[in-house]
Design a binder for this molecule. Structure first.
Ligand SMILES: *[C@@H]1O[C@H](CO)[C@@H](O)[C@H](O)[C@H]1NC(C)=O
Length: 469
């Protein structure tokens, strides 16, 4: 045999081995052990014991001082605008002809004091955990229900708890005797939660703080739902605290690039029928690969900035409400419908009202928290490719896949990380801000999932009883 042939043969054997090895041997990933970490203003000295904190839960009301509103008015009035290139829509970013209209509405029509009463329709609280004040909404069922299920909802970037104001009334309404007690915290560094003062506030720390929050509210076990960062935080909670999380429901499920998933993706790209549940539909979720890749490249510039030097852009956005609105609202355009890149108004008011959109901006503005919200990317950048992702989620899981979501994970590729996937829904319409855009679809899906899990829990209990007898 010639040298070339031998090398080729070795190459083929190594190649096949590389694909088969991870299929046969699934590496065991150990859960990291999390110690309480301090994020308060004054750093702990080395060796200093973790401070004993008050566990008080204080009522919180959104009530911004008149000074903040006067200052905002002045800034909006003195804004400067770029001249858009003739004939372009949102292709160069937020079109400033339309931006002027948004800002005119903000100045002349938008009513913050009225918004405050809307925001305050749900009870809100703050409590101190690991040195920072954590803000959360806490709403009990609208009427007595046979079964009350605690549900923790986590938002993402550039969103806020505001995204769930349409969903909360649907969730607290009993369906077949089941209603939710809903807890919606602001991630520390977002909205009305205090920004962490020390380095390292990532998804794992968020998970730890949120479990403590739920325990403080006397919920040892609960369900979790999330989108964007919230879906990753929910998954992290399910991985790290399987004894606390009864079930996980997320939109935007992440693909984990472990051996079996990569092997299935490669095989599925040529032979969809061998891999996918619905070959035609699921193949389109990932391929043509280059189309997906260019879309992600176009939409993810912000990610690179925020994962490396968030405070630089942060400085500009903290100083300019117009810049803040452009930077954030641009995401509500293409992340809701990628084609709206070609609309002069970014399609922004097709699914949302300007009032709804500006309230989310106001939450970033009045809390002065946009830079800290962007730091979350830097704190988490290293973790997204970490082995941590490969730890399977053992609790019952559900994924709602929206057609205009930024990325898709077909069901067949989720089985290694979500071995207990009991529900996967291909949604008829909707994009990234699912609960904000399609609250009914999201809430119905959560309710169906939780009903299934309650049934599973019940039959497991019955089985246990029968074996004892
Ligand atoms: C907001 O604060 C002002 C001034 O402190 C106070 O007069 C007003 O009653 C507060 N509003 C609410 C809704 O708490």
């Amino acid at each position: 045999m010639g040298v070339i042939k031998k090398l080729l043969l070795i190459g083929v054997v190594v190649g096949i081995g590389a694909v088969i090895y991870p299929l046969v041997v699934t590496p065991q990933h150990k859960l990291p052990e999390l110690k309480d970490k301090w994020f308060g203003k004054t750093p702990l000295k080395s060796g200093e014991a973790f401070p004993k904190e008050s566990v008080a839960i204080d009522k919180f009301v959104v009530n911004v001082s008149e000074d903040v509103l006067t200052d905002l008015k002045r800034r909006l009035e003195s804004a400067r605008y770029v001249e858009p290139i003739a004939g372009t829509a949102f292709n160069y970013g937020f079109n400033s002809d339309y931006l002027k209209k948004v800002i005119a509405y903000w100045r002349n029509t938008y009513d913050w004091r009225k918004t405050e009463t809307i925001l305050n329709q749900f009870p809100q609280f703050k409590t101190r955990i690991h040195g920072i004040d954590v803000h959360f909404i806490h709403v009990k069922p609208s009427k007595p229900a046979k079964t009350v299920v605690p549900l923790l909802i986590t938002h993402g970037w550039p969103g806020s708890v505001w995204e769930y104001y349409k969903a909360i009334p649907l969730l607290i309404e009993p369906t077949n005797g089941v209603a939710f007690e809903v807890i919606v915290p602001s991630i520390p560094g977002y909205g009305f939660s205090e920004a962490p003062h020390q380095e390292g506030f990532n998804i794992m720390e968020t998970a730890r703080i949120f479990v403590k929050l739920m325990n403080r509210l006397n919920h040892k076990t609960f369900f979790v739902h999330g989108e964007d960062w919230g879906s990753i935080v929910s998954k992290t909670m399910a991985q790290l605290y399987p004894n606390n999380v009864r079930g996980m429901h997320i939109t935007m499920a992440q693909l984990v690039y472990d051996g079996p998933t990569i092997a299935k993706m490669m095989l599925g790209s040529y032979f969809p029928a061998l891999v996918f549940d619905d070959p035609e539909r699921d193949h389109k979720k990932l391929f043509p690969f280059l189309d997906q890749f260019y879309m992600i490249l176009r939409e993810s510039g912000y990610f690179h900035l925020q994962a490396t030097k968030p405070d630089t852009v942060g400085a500009a956005l903290m100083d300019s409400p117009v810049g803040l609105a452009a930077y954030i609202l641009e995401k509500f355009s293409t992340w809701t419908e990628p084609k709206w890149l070609n609309k002069a108004d970014g399609g922004l008011t097709q699914k949302f009202t300007l009032d709804e959109l500006l309230t989310n901006i106001m939450i970033y503005w009045v809390s002065n928290n946009v830079a800290s919200s962007m730091r979350y990317y830097k704190e988490n950048a290293g973790l997204l490719m970490d082995d941590m992702n490969k730890i399977p989620v053992l609790v019952p899981s559900a994924v709602a896949d929206f057609p205009n979501e930024l990325g898709h994970a077909p069901k067949a590729l989720l089985r290694t990380t979500l071995p207990n996937l009991v529900q996967y829904t291909d949604m008829p319409r909707g994009g990234h801000f699912a609960a904000f855009e399609e609250p009914q679809l999201v809430c119905d899906d959560i309710k169906t999932f939780v009903a299934t899990v309650l049934d599973i829990e019940l039959s497991a209990k019955d089985k246990l009883k029968n074996t004892k007898q």
